[in-house]
Design a protein around this ligand. Structure first.
Ligand code: ATP
Length: 464
């Protein structure tokens, strides 16, 4: 049973230190959010799982980390300056301003009216100014990147040459992107500052591009499954031709059921696009248009590729899986949410996070905090586990309360140190999902937990 709605997650996230409204002491900043001690761990674990999966476990993908602020010409030639628009409409009755494509049944979400102005474009790139220049100096204008992808395209040749890569290969990047969203909202689903995990997979112009889109869709469905997101809460949306971005010949969106309570419950979790050779050719100095004119007189490089076997030079095509960190985190939290009733009839929240994503892997709890020997032993166990996995010590409540607290933040294991432990050098290991308990020798504890935490990464070299 996933969370019944996003609000359930908003309150859990604030109460337990995952996500706080940003700038709250000044009344907030519409739809900006800060990640707390557990939220930052969860985000890092998602990003690390993604990086491990693509960059480490595959042989055909490299990673990079490009600048957030790029030369303005990048955004001119990528088409973002001219076309990275949302279509805006104003409600004539309440003066509210909305994104035209998000209006349901022509009704104003604020007042119910259907009296709209004509739709007009609004460029959603966030502007800034570089250097100590006059306010009106147009040469100082720069943008905070609206996607991480362009930083990859302009480094295509650097990576390919430095790493001696042959097609097909991919370049992955994770980092912040910014969009001046007209109507941000729904918690961390749509914000003006967010994080993306993007990968550009470069292939020959004669590759089977549509099949490659299907391939990456399948790969990501599997990956989301490994993060604990149930397949039935995901839905594939084939973007119709008239809705495709200017660079795309085919895009499939993976949607997640973010609004189970609504008639239309789906919203985009990620998109997989065939971006053709648009990006590499648009940034290249040698590409000519139909009339034989250079399409980019400003570029100093040619981002084409020489294919040895066929002795041909061409601009590689790109298949791009583009996912949001924050939307993945929200989907993970919603899918992990569950409730259970205790023998006493109390409702407990259990966050059944995949162990690899859980912010804390083990909580060490002393059964009697007024017994120095028990406390000492529990703290020593915490210290010994810490280099191997993220562990915490907690003695700020009775054992029932401590268990409940760890269940609610998704800690897979609670380790209890009791009077008996002083005699037999063993502890009780309690499983978050079954509430079953096992007695384990302290000397075997690290290995026992590591085994059960799989696929938590344990470096095991393979020889075949
Ligand atoms: P939408 O239609 O929801 O605005 P999009 O199609 O513009 O999204 P893409 O350009 O495909 O989004 O970006 C790739 C991914 O980046 C999205 O699938 C989403 O996970 C994430 N993303 C995009 N915009 C935002 C945002 N404003 N807040 C949070 N995540 C975002």
């Amino acid at each position: 049973m996933p969370a019944p709605n996003i609000d359930t997650i908003v309150s859990l996230a604030k109460r337990r230190g995952f996500v706080f409204p940003s700038s709250e002491v000044y009344g907030g900043l519409g739809s900006a959010w800060d990640y707390g001690p557990l939220g930052v761990e969860l985000c890092n674990n998602v990003k690390q799982a993604w990086w491990r999966w693509l960059v480490y476990e595959r042989d055909d993908i490299e990673g990079i980390d490009s600048s957030i602020i790029l030369n303005r010409l990048v955004w001119q030639y990528s088409g973002h300056e001219a076309t990275f628009n949302d279509w805006l409409v104003d409600c004539r009755k309440c003066k509210g301003r909305f994104r035209a494509d998000k209006i349901v049944d022509q009704k104003c979400p604020a007042c119910g009216s259907n009296d709209w102005t004509e739709a007009r474009p609004f460029n959603t790139m966030l502007q800034t100014k570089l250097g100590a220049v006059a306010d009106d100096d147009p040469t100082s204008l720069a943008y905070l990147r609206p996607e991480t992808a362009q930083g990859i395209f302009i480094n295509f040749l650097n990576v390919q040459t430095a790493m001696r890569r042959k097609l097909p290969f991919g370049i992955a990047q994770v980092g912040k992107s910014f969009r001046n969203e007209v109507t941000p909202g729904n918690f961390i689903l749509r914000t003006r500052e967010f994080e993306q995990m993007e990968m550009e997979y470069f292939v020959s112009p004669s590759a089977e591009h549509s099949k490659l889109v299907d391939y990456w869709v399948e790969q990501y469905l599997e990956w989301f499954g490994s993060l604990g997101i149930s397949r039935e809460n995901l839905y594939l949306y084939e973007v119709p031709e008239d809705e495709l971005a200017h660079y795309s010949k085919r895009t499939v969106d993976i949607m997640y059921r973010y609004f189970p309570e609504r008639e239309k419950p789906w919203e985009e979790l990620m998109g997989i696009a065939w971006r053709t050779d648009f990006d590499l050719s648009t940034h290249s100095k040698n590409k000519l248009d139909e009339e034989g004119k250079r399409i980019n007189p400003d570029s100093t490089e040619d981002l084409s590729y020489f294919d040895e076997p066929t002795k041909q030079r061409f601009y590689p095509h790109v298949i791009e899986p583009a996912a949001g960190v924050n939307r993945t985190v929200l989907a993970v939290l919603m899918d992990a949410y569950s409730e259970r009733t205790t023998d006493k009839g109390e409702t407990r929240v259990i966050l059944k996070l995949s162990p690899q994503l859980a912010p804390i892997k083990a909580a060490i709890l002393p059964l009697a905090k007024n017994k120095p020997e028990i406390v000492g032993m529990a703290k020593a166990i915490k210290r010994s586990l810490q280099p191997v996995l993220r562990a915490v010590y907690d003695d700020t409540g009775g054992i029932g309360k401590l268990y409940a607290r760890q269940d609610e933040i998704g800690t897979p294991f609670c380790i209890t140190v009791d009077h008996q432990s002083l005699e037999d050098e063993a502890v009780t290991v309690r499983d978050r999902d079954t509430w079953e308990q096992e007695r384990i020798k302290v000397s075997d504890l690290a290995e026992h937990l590591q085994k059960r935490l799989k696929p938590y990464p344990v470096a095991t070299p393979e020889t075949s």
